[in-house]
Design a protein around this ligand. Sequence first.
Ligand SMILES: [Zn+2]
Length: 341
Amino acid sequence: MSSLSIMNRLAAGPVLGAEGYVFELERRGYIKAGPFVPEVVLDFPDAVRELHREFLRAGADVMVALTYYAHREKLRDVGREGDLEAMNRQAVRIAREVAREGGALVAGNVCNTWAYDPDDPATRGMVRAMYAEQLGWAVEEGVDFVISETNDYLGEALIALEVIADLGLPAMVTLAPTQPDRTRDGYGYAEACRILAAEGAQVVGLNCDRGPRTMLPLIAEIRERVDCAVAVQPVPYQTDAAAPTMETLRSPDGQRAFPIALDSFGCTRFEMADFALQARELGADYVGICCGAGPHHVRAMAEALGREVPASKYSPSMDLHPMFRADMAAKDAAFLPTWTA
Ligand SMILES: [Zn+2]
């Protein structure tokens, strides 16, 4: 199974993705919110290994190396520039190790750098150098393809695509749909995806920022504009027309919920299972989930797509729940009112 390339798997599709490592490991106490640099890769590798394994057991077809924000600009911010190479190499090694346990693919990962400025040509070289060094190490450690994600600018995404293509690897390039309808350098999302596909990206689409409800309409537009594979990896949060992105969600007292008070906006596993079916129906080829993801979401998505996965052994059996089983009426009568009030 692991010998199948990403392109073969997409042809047999959909491929199930699982991301959101940074958010989940922050929640578990291994990554600092704010900088969100994946220091956990070096400091607590077992924690990364375990989360990969949980996503693998839940049905993820791809182990994405946790190199998100492990680029020079970000590591400088937290005073760990000297750990850059070790962090990148170790992240790929851990992803490979777990991928082998279940025949998953390994994806190298790069993201927006926060260094790119479309009005400053000098930043193009800086960004290219950051991607080249990260992906050079990733290739040496062994990746099957590369995901370039949460791109705010088409221009920056195109630099990533060039670097990936130079390395001879398939590229999945996805944009972060934080704006109402276009990238920060002014391209409609569908048009930007069309350009990425024309420039050689094997997979294009959107990831992060939007929940299923506000991301799927954009995916429908992208599907119409490109012939290549389309990826959709929303955040499991209940975004809507009034708050189309997780960054714009506000609690009832008006406080911004992003990034560490989003819990009450979370989608259930059932909502994410519905999303997986809708995404497949729209013609998406790579169906996944981003920040906020838990293994329970991924398993529900896998099962909605008709799969039985290792974690399915422990999928819900409410008929065996002491209070929900069919003979509930026979339960202690004094107990029932507290469950039905
Ligand atoms: Zn995300």
